[in-house]
Design a protein around this ligand. Structure first.
Ligand code: CU
Length: 136
C-alpha cells in the first residue's frame, strides 16, 4: 500500500471510531437507566425488593414501582427534594408508578413518609439507599 493510501485508510478508521463514540454518547444520554422495584405486603409491614439500588450518577434514572399492597406509599429522597406518591393496588392486582430523577454522584437515603404514621398501622418503614455511583 502506498503512503497516501495508508494514511487514507488510517483516517477512515479514526473517523469511524469517532462517529461510533459520538453515537454511543448521544444514545446513552437519551435513554434513561430503568429499574423496577416491587413492594409486597410482608407480615405487619411492607417489603421493598430491591430496597437498595445502584444508579447512573448524573444521568436520568427511571424507577418503576410495582405496588402489590393496598397502601399508599412514597419514594422520598429529601437530599434531592424528591417525593413521589405510589398509589395502591386494586384487588389482587398491581399498580405501577414511575419516577424519573437525576442524582449527582453520592449515596442517598430514601424512605416512605407514610409508613409508620397514623395513615399506616404498620411499624416498619419502607426505606433504602440509592447509590448514584455508576458511569453508565
Ligand atoms: Cu409506605
Amino acid at each position: 500500500m502506498t503512503r497516501p493510501l495508508k494514511f487514507l485508510a488510517f483516517a477512515t478508521v479514526v473517523g469511524l471510531a469517532l462517529a461510533t463514540a459520538a453515537t454511543a454518547g448521544s444514545t446513552r444520554a437519551a435513554s434513561p437507566m430503568r429499574i423496577t422495584v416491587d413492594i409486597f405486603a410482608a407480615g405487619n409491614g411492607e417489603s421493598t425488593q430491591p430496597a437498595n439500588i445502584a444508579v447512573r450518577a448524573g444521568g436520568t434514572v427511571q424507577v418503576t414501582f410495582r405496588n402489590h399492597t393496598h397502601m399508599f406509599h412514597t419514594f422520598t429522597i429529601k437530599a434531592l427534594g424528591l417525593s413521589v406518591l405510589i398509589r395502591p393496588a386494586h384487588g389482587n392486582g398491581v399498580r405501577t408508578t414511575s419516577v424519573s430523577f437525576v442524582a449527582p454522584y453520592g449515596v442517598y437515603e430514601w424512605h416512605c413518609v407514610l409508613c409508620a404514621t397514623a395513615t399506616h398501622p404498620h411499624t416498619h418503614t419502607m426505606r433504602g439507599k440509592v447509590y448514584a455511583i455508576l458511569n453508565e
